[in-house]
Design a protein around this ligand. Structure first.
Ligand code: NAX
Ligand code: K
Length: 518
């Protein structure tokens, strides 16, 4: 989905209203769609403390509250402003809510908020109406909310954007620290800045507009949009239809890395997965790996030729090694007339031998983390510069770049720059990159073009980690194997998210007829 700036979203809102969709209808679309996502994503318990601001962001929060109450959630409402000072739509939604749920617990500033009551806190204090840094009472409230999150251990869900965040925010600004941000309509550009990811957490984007904004060349990876690339498998198929992945990697001390990549390649649905390893670790890897995977020593020329000639994609790098022998073999792999996925040590070898870019025959995907990217560029860069760096790096190269980070970027010359929304800090552990390599290679093997494989692979990898963390009830201790084991669940969520969006959209005429007639 297009990423837009605040002016762009305001323009879109004006256009929708001018063409006959009242602001209240947009608010209803937003609140109902957001509630449907909260209901699905926040499965821990079903209790919510909704902190309501006086503008339309607060109005959205009240619609979400109403919808969750209808579903049987326990909800507490906290008003940050006196009722007389609420904006007209916000006030209208509060009146509606009280009419429908007269026994609802409503707390009002300056009464202390009941922080210990709920598993989730909804931040619908301020949205894109916010300008400048937070000050005064609201600043105190946001500080208290952040502090209580670390004491009462609720998760914070920000509506549209974390309160306090705006275009001018810096990493040390005061803003709500959210676990999940539900961006309304389109993702606003500042939500995707790497240095502000501490505030935004995971991002979900929900559609509310019929019209599209002007093309920005900058897009978010959104599960329900990517789902269209994943139709159900045909029953009339066999393993040959799902491709052969060949992974080269492993060295003494690094026998697990190619295995983790292979596990992910299998779980994303590849037909066959091979691991080529040096002879000296062959027997270790062969006993470590699961039975579905075929392991071979790559020095065996006959085996190498037989496996590689049949390969749909060649992935290289996990635990590959950097010695002369590894470098020599890397050169051989770079000559192959196959789609390549290049990671880890092979990126370092490529950085040492930049003339090898010229050898790339079919399209290659490079998956550097920031340290490897600096090696490839031979220069330092800051979090703020990543997007420009990614765009300029792919110029005139036959590559798709996956620049890893909290907001992993996917870039290819002539295409929009994509930024990821899924994933969590549980991925900050050794081996996560190996799983990503396996997923991307597995998608290429199944016929995805490298750019789509990179876009989908990045999102699925993050989403699998989100689901794994949810199942484990904690982000600590997440392992690459947990990520691989939840790839199928990520595919399911991607598809059911699309159904949820389409289902919500199916009510839009009804909402329009009801509110436009009032
Ligand atoms: N853009 C759209 O098309 C839609 C927007 N909606 C919601 O409406 C929101 C925007 O609503 P509003 O324009 O009413 O604005 P907000 O609800 O974001 O905030 C408005 C209030 O913030 C105050 N404010 C501004 N800067 C401040 C600061 N630095 N410190 C403290 N207070 C400050 C203003 O005085 C005003 O009272 C969006 O974020 C979204 O949640 C939805 O209702 C659906 C449609
Ligand atoms: K908010």
């Amino acid at each position: 989905m297009n990423i837009v700036d605040v002016q762009g979203i305001r323009k879109l809102e004006e256009e929708e209203i001018a063409s006959g969709t009242p602001a209240e209808v947009l608010m209803e679309r937003a609140g109902r769609m957001a509630a449907a996502f909260v209901e699905e994503y926040c499965s821990r318990h079903r209790s919510l403390l909704a902190i309501i601001g006086r503008g339309n962001n607060g109005g959205d929060g009240l619609v979400i509250t109403r919808e969750l109450l209808k579903k049987g959630w326990v909800v507490y409402v906290y008003l940050t402003a006196e009722r007389a000072k609420l904006g007209p739509l916000c006030k209208k939604k509060l009146d509606e809510l009280v009419q429908n749920f007269p026994d609802l617990a409503i707390f009002e500033y300056p009464t202390p908020a009941p922080w210990t009551k709920a598993d989730y806190v909804l931040d619908s204090i301020l949205g894109i109406g916010m300008k400048g840094e937070l000050q005064g009472e609201l600043a105190n409230l946001v500080m208290e909310l952040n502090e209580k999150r670390n004491r009462c251990f609720f998760e914070t869900i920000a509506v549209d954007c974390p309160t306090g965040l705006w275009e001018g925010s810096k990493h040390n600004s005061l803003a709500v620290v959210a676990d999940l941000t539900i961006a309304i309509g389109y993702g606003k550009d500042f939500l995707f800045r790497e240095e502000l990811s501490h505030f935004t957490g995971r991002i979900e984007i929900i559609p509310i507009f019929e019209k599209s904004p002007s093309y920005s060349g900058f897009e978010s990876l959104t599960g329900w949009e990517l789902a269209c690339l994943f139709p159900f498998r045909s029953y009339y198929s066999h393993k040959g239809n799902y491709g052969r992945v060949v992974i080269f990697g492993g060295s003494i001390g690094y026998t697990g890395a190619p295995v983790m990549a292979a596990q992910a390649a299998l779980r994303i649905g590849s037909g066959l997965v091979y691991i080529g390893v040096p002879q000296e670790i062959y027997s270790i890897v062969a006993t470590k790996v699961f039975p579905e995977c075929l392991v071979f020593p790559f020095e065996d020329k006959r085996l190498f030729d037989a496996v590689v000639s049949q390969a749909s994609v060649v992935a290289m790098g996990p635990g590959f090694g950097l010695e002369k022998k590894s470098e020599f073999f890397f050169r051989t792999l770079m000559q192959l007339d196959k789609p390549l996925v290049i990671d880890a040590d092979c990126l370092t070898l490529l950085a040492r031998n930049p003339e090898l870019y010229e050898e790339i025959k079919k399209w290659a995907v490079l998956t550097p983390h920031p340290g490897e990217m600096k090696r490839l560029l031979r220069k330092e860069f800051s979090a703020e510069e990543r997007m420009e760096i990614a765009k300029s790096f792919v110029k005139d190269k036959k590559i798709t770049l996956v620049l890893k980070g909290v907001r992993t970027l996917v870039a290819q010359e002539g295409k929009a720059l994509f930024v990821n929304t899924s994933g969590n800090p549980g991925l900050s552990t050794g081996g996560s990159g190996d799983s990503l390599l396996g997923i991307i290679a597995g998608l290429i093997a199944q016929g995805f073009d490298p750019f789509d494989a990179a876009r989908c692979g990045v999102w699925i990898h993050g989403k699998s980690a989100d689901i794994a963390a949810e199942k484990r009830k904690t982000k600590e201790g997440l392992l690459p194997m947990d990520v691989a084991e939840n790839i199928s669940a990520a595919l399911l969520w991607m598809r059911s998210d699309l159904r949820r969006v389409l289902d919500q959209k199916s009510y839009w005429n009804e909402i329009q007829a009801y509110y436009a007639a009032k």
